[in-house]
Design a protein around this ligand. Structure first.
Ligand code: ADP
Ligand code: NI
Length: 231
């Protein structure tokens, strides 16, 4: 484990778009905490967490198989048993959010644990920080009152999206609380979700002053589960 952690740390150190080593480290620690409560295989959970974003460093969201391939190469070079490699690669393949209307529930308990830990790091105070860091990295506006959020029905649509950062809260971050797989994860998500909603409410209040924010940005009119397809 330590050698994998060191390897990933050396790949990700100093990354500025929200995929830095500290993100991986937080996901690793949260996955371990959730995995213990859920009685998951902690070896698989930890390796999955450490390697879950490995392809983003190299390929920047291109080939969807790039992550599993990179994870496999690394584990093979350390003579990990094939069965373990398969389990970890499956997690790397299944963990990503692909749009509001796309169901991406992992097929194993260990995958669910890692996905929960990754999603917890996208919400709350850290989630807010990461969203604006990502938006800045991509040169996005913070907010545009006339650009309404969209619930994307496919991964292609979701990936093409260039909307202002505040839309991302409606298109992904507010939806995550109800898509956490494990009970332990759900407990951790609650407070982070509320904190993020408060932040967005305050942001819109400061922006619009006494006027009302556009209806598309009203929190109570956004039903998170609307239009979700099960794949
Ligand atoms: P993951 O860690 O699951 O691979 P992503 O690669 O989708 O997540 O995103 C990494 C971080 O960047 C997350 O905190 C996510 O919310 C944020 N992010 C992704 N897309 C956007 C966007 N369009 N606007 C703002 N933040 C984004
Ligand atoms: Ni991640």
């Amino acid at each position: 484990m330590a050698v994998t952690a060191q390897h990933v740390e050396s790949l990700f150190a100093g990354e500025g778009s929200g995929h830095d080593w500290w993100h991986i480290r937080r996901v690793w620690q949260n996955a371990l905490q959730i995995g213990k409560k859920e009685q998951a295989d902690l070896m698989v959970v930890q390796l999955g967490a450490l390697l879950h974003d490995i392809a983003d460093w190299k390929f920047h969201h291109g080939d969807e198989e790039a992550g599993p391939k990179a994870a496999q190469e690394w584990l093979r070079s350390h003579n990990a048993p094939q069965e373990l490699i398969n389990k970890v690669c499956q997690i790397v393949r299944e963990v990503t959010f692909k749009g509001a209307g796309v169901d991406t529930t992992p097929s194993t308990l260990e995958g669910k644990v890692v996905q929960d830990a990754d999603r917890l790091d996208a919400i709350g105070a850290i989630g807010i920080g990461r969203a604006f860091a990502y938006g800045g990295h991509k040169g996005r506006e913070m907010y545009h009152p006339n650009q309404a959020p969209q619930l994307h029905a496919s991964f292609e649509e979701y990936k093409k999206n260039q909307a202002p950062t505040l839309n991302h809260f409606y298109e992904k971050l507010f939806l995550l609380k109800d898509r956490i797989n494990t009970v332990a994860g759900q407990e951790m998500a609650q407070e982070r979700h509320q904190y993020m909603q408060q932040f967005v409410q305050q942001f819109l209040q400061e922006w619009h002053g006494p006027e009302e924010a556009p209806a598309a940005f009203h929190l109570e009119t956004n039903h998170p589960q609307a239009g979700v397809k099960t794949a």
